[in-house]
Structures are given as C-alpha cells and as structure tokens.
Design a binder for this molecule. Sequence first.
Ligand code: ADP
Ligand code: MG
Length: 353
Amino acid sequence: EGRETRLRVVLRVRPLTCTETRRGDQQVVHSLGDGAVHVSAARHDATFGFSAVFDAGASQEAVFEGSGMRQLVELAMDGFSCTVFAFGQTGSGKTYTLMGPLAQSETRPAAPALLGLMQRSFTCLLEQSRSRGSDLALSASYLEIYNEQVRDLLSSGPPCALPLRWSKTRGFYVENQLSVEFESLEAIVSLLLQGSQRRRTSAHALNRHSSRSHALLTIHISSRAVSAHPAPGEGWGASACPSKQGTLCFVDLAGSERVKETGSSGELSVEANSINRSLLALGHCISLLAKSRGKRTHIPYRDSKLTRLLARSLGGSGVTLMVACISPSSHCLSETLSTLHYASRARRVTTRP
Ligand code: ADP
Ligand code: MG
C-alpha cells in the first residue's frame, strides 16, 4: 500500500450568464486568492479553502495547468488509477470544464483555446507517449449510469444494461464493457463525441439541457517497459519487464440540484429519483471517508452503482482530483453553499495510491 494521499479538490466559478446578468443577479462569490473563496449574501458570510480556485476570468488552459490535471495524466501513464470528477448543480459549468464547447457543437470544431480538460489530457497523453517512446497501448471505454443502470455508450445498437460485478483482484468492474483502441487525437475525440451524442439522445426526452445521467470515460493505458539493453544472461525478453496498467477516468456527474427539488415535491420521476439516490450515496460515502481512518466504519459503496464504480477512486488505491463547479449568482446561493460544503468535506478524504 502506498502513502496516504488527500483528494485534491479545486473550485471553478463560472462567469455570470447573460440570463443572470439581465435578471440583475448579484455576484455573491469572490475569489480571495491563494485558494480561498468568499461567499457573502444577506444571511451568509463564509470563507472556504481549496487547493486552487479558478474564477470567471480563468482560461481553460489555466484550469488544466493549475488543477494538477497534467500530473494526473502522468501518474496514469505510470500505472496509477486516476480519476477526475466534475460536480455541481446543473448549469454550473461541469461539461464546459471537462469538454469545452465540444459538447455543444458536433459540426463546428471548437476554438483550441476553449478545449476542456479531456481534450487537453488526450493531447498531453499522446505527446508523452510519443516522447517516452515506450510500448504503449491506449484504449477507451465510455459508460453512463442512467436510472441505476450501467450502459455502454460506445456499443452499437440500442443501449442495454451491463452487469456490475465484484472480484477480489479487480474490485468492482463492469462486465462486457467495450474497450476501443485508439492511437490518435482524432480517434479518441470522435469516440468521445459518438458516446456523448448517445448520452444526450437518451436524456433528450425528459430534459433538453441537462444531463440526466452520470458519464464515465475511462482511458486504459498499458505500457510495457521494453529494455533497450537486456542484461547478459537474461533470456526473458520483454515479458520479464513489469507491465503497467494505468487508467484515467473522467466523470461528469448529473446535476445535483434535483436532490432537494425531488425531496420536497410529491412527483418523483424515476430518473430524478435515481440521480438523487446515487448523489446522496456518494455524499454519504464521502462523509464517512472524511473521518480519520481509526474512526471509520464500513463504507457503503454498494448503495449505488456510482459509488461502486468510484470505490477505488474514493477510498482505494486511486489518485483523485475533484473539480467543484459553481455559479457566482445570488440566485444559486443555496446550491452553491451545498456544493462548497460537499467539496470541503471531500478534501479530508484520503486514498493510498
Ligand atoms: P453543466 O454541465 O454543469 O450543466 P455547462 O457546462 O453546460 O453546465 O454550462 C452551462 C452554461 O454556462 C453553458 O452555456 C456553458 O457554455 C457556460 N459556461 C460554463 N462555464 C463557463 C466558463 N468558465 N466560461 C464561459 N462559459 C461557461
Ligand atoms: Mg453537463
């Protein structure tokens, strides 16, 4: 087991949207520098600290470089299980941060400056793999959790539910998920678009603008360190060199605001109810994981598919980066505070990479 390492939690505050500006919303979130952020509104006055805070002016590149994303890519190449997840209410900038405008237009290529964490990571990964010159195999799988069902976004045909299993060696894993090999940026971006479109279509009927599912894109990186000068007498060839299996997983969580809405209304759609349940389960696991190891009780990963799939990232041997996304508007105050509390709690969670 490795050294205990804290989750890295960064915060991104998006700019006010046109609608918010037109409505005359107050800006209630202010970055104080040095990873501190201040929320001030009528009856609230609180300061929160994170590993980094990106305010409205922060570019996509600044977020990539300042969040530790580049290091995460490198760790994945070294064989670690790395995860980055974006969370926050609908419309807070999760998809923008992960994908940039890529998500919005399939036909028009996005301006390079606007590319999100995913594309920047792919570029970095492919560059690194070229410069390291190691024997690297890259493949991708793309899943969504919709109504507590795990579905493959890369398989052809109508989405069908895949079983989620557990084994001693692998932990929780999805059976029969498709893993598609790729070698170029174009190939992985096209897989990403293909999968995202499938995700969107399924969500379309119920909600036009927000993702009603959690999406997990995983890049599998297997490398075999081939030694250029094998020691004399060692007739093992390349197979004697340790191979490394790293993963880099991007998680776009469904919006969190429904949790409260559904709690108060009598009309629970199955869909909102599942999001509610899985986000509550995630929050519950994070709260328990945030206690010191000695005081920790059983962590109920089995409460939802999402927590099962994230078990390793949250409590196991993974390296995890959380990007909390919020709106600066007074209109979103209560959701913003709840995201900030959730994110602060996550800072106390440790894993052993
Ligand atoms: P979410 O995925 O959290 O529901 P989106 O990423 O779709 O939210 O963002 C909502 C809207 O705000 C989109 O129109 C998006 O382009 C815009 N937006 C989000 N973050 C930023 C940002 N940092 N800079 C500019 N526009 C942003
Ligand atoms: Mg989104």
